[in-house]
Design a protein around this ligand. Structure first.
Ligand SMILES: *[C@@H]1O[C@H](CO)[C@@H](O)[C@H](O)[C@H]1NC(C)=O
Ligand SMILES: *[C@@H]1O[C@H](CO)[C@@H](O)[C@H](O)[C@H]1NC(C)=O
Ligand SMILES: *[C@@H]1O[C@H](CO)[C@@H](O)[C@H](O)[C@H]1NC(C)=O
Length: 316
């Protein structure tokens, strides 16, 4: 009995500090700053050698992160704003010789345009004696697309930027003010190949406008369509889009029609089978070991093949 109590006491003495440590960690997690709607988020990128494309390593073996190039529109390096969706323009006023060579590495995928965002805003108030919180970052790759030519390059200058925040459990879907992940990628990378793309006509003209022939010294007009998601999940189109090969009018009524015609086909086949095929067979010979069901479907003579979807397509 005494021994058991001793064990219990030892266990408790081990457990109690652990509990305190846990709650302390939880408390400091709560005290960490989080972004508010509209807060600026700086984009920092890996500094790379324009000769080799390799990242620059600092004396302490750390990677050197430098601000994204300055945008002519804001006279500041590129920034995004927490939760704010929309179009952001960032024209790099003049592509220098080293930057041009870096673009060649990016377009050729020899090196990624690897950037990062702080997952939380910088901490302002530091309590005395408290360890300052070391910022954590999420990677943001700018998947720039284009083609290299002898004297110039083509670059798809419009990029989609998808940013996710971590979810917060709440009655209503709610974000946490903490960034979870992100990606940026050029859209319509083949636009410069489209014949007559320089000409007129809706989407191709827009795509061609976002494809830039670039030489050293040119401005580089980047544009970003920024979208935010309050969780790491992506929304689904849930059948609102008619994908190629899906048929013309796929919707609940088509599904219903398909189901009805499928069942009708099945019934017609069954009636035909049990009414005509089976009695004939039964007359011919005794029902043997081989199941006759294998013959029933598909011999409906065009009355109903059992696949209502195909019937529906043919009627469209
Ligand atoms: C990037 O590294 C190069 C080579 O070390 C250096 O000359 C350059 O100043 C760095 N860029 C920035 C923005 O610090
Ligand atoms: C971005 O640039 C395009 C083309 O120059 C322009 O039409 C558009 O209004 C600009 N958008 C913003 C938000 O400045
Ligand atoms: C940069 O901005 C200035 C002032 O708005 C403008 O005059 C100039 O044409 C811009 N340069 C480029 C390359 O867009």
């Amino acid at each position: 009995m005494m021994r058991q109590l001793q064990h219990l006491a030892t266990a408790a003495s081990l457990l109690v500090p652990a509990l305190f440590a846990h709650s302390a960690a939880a408390a400091s997690e709560i005290n960490l700053p989080s972004y508010h709607y509209g807060d600026p988020i700086k984009v920092e990128c890996m500094n790379r050698s324009s000769e080799t494309g390799e990242h620059i390593q600092l004396a302490n073996n750390e990677i050197e992160w430098v601000p994204f190039p300055v945008c002519n529109e804001t006279q500041k390096p590129l920034e995004f704003h927490y939760g704010i969706e929309g179009e952001v323009n960032c024209t790099i006023p003049m592509v220098s010789d080293p930057f041009f060579h870096l673009l060649e590495f990016y377009l050729h995928a020899d090196a990624p345009l690897m950037c990062r965002l702080a997952n939380r805003p910088p901490q302002h108030i530091e309590a005395v004696g408290e360890q300052p919180h070391t910022p954590e970052h999420i990677p943001l790759v700018f998947a720039l697309a284009g083609t290299l030519q002898m004297s110039h390059l083509h670059i798809a200058t419009h990029l989609n930027v998808l940013l996710h925040s971590t979810p917060k459990h709440h009655i209503h879907p709610h974000d946490s003010g903490v960034i979870d992940s992100g990606i940026a990628y050029s859209t319509s990378p083949l636009a410069h190949n489209v014949p007559g793309a320089e000409g007129k006509g809706g989407r191709t003209a827009a795509a061609a406008e976002n494809s830039r022939r670039l030489i050293i010294g040119d401005p580089l007009p980047l544009s970003f369509s920024v979208r935010w998601f309050p969780t790491p999940h992506l929304p689904k189109t849930e059948g609102h889009v008619e994908w190629s090969g899906m048929g013309n009018h796929v919707g609940p009524s088509t599904v219903f029609y398909s189901l009805v015609s499928f069942l009708a086909g099945l019934i017609v086949s069954a009636v035909y089978f049990f009414g005509t095929v089976l009695p004939k067979r039964l007359k011919g010979r005794a029902l043997g070991g081989a199941t006759p069901l294998g013959y029933g479907i598909g011999t409906g003579g065009g009355v109903g093949n059992g696949w209502g979807i195909a019937t529906k397509r043919a009627m469209d």
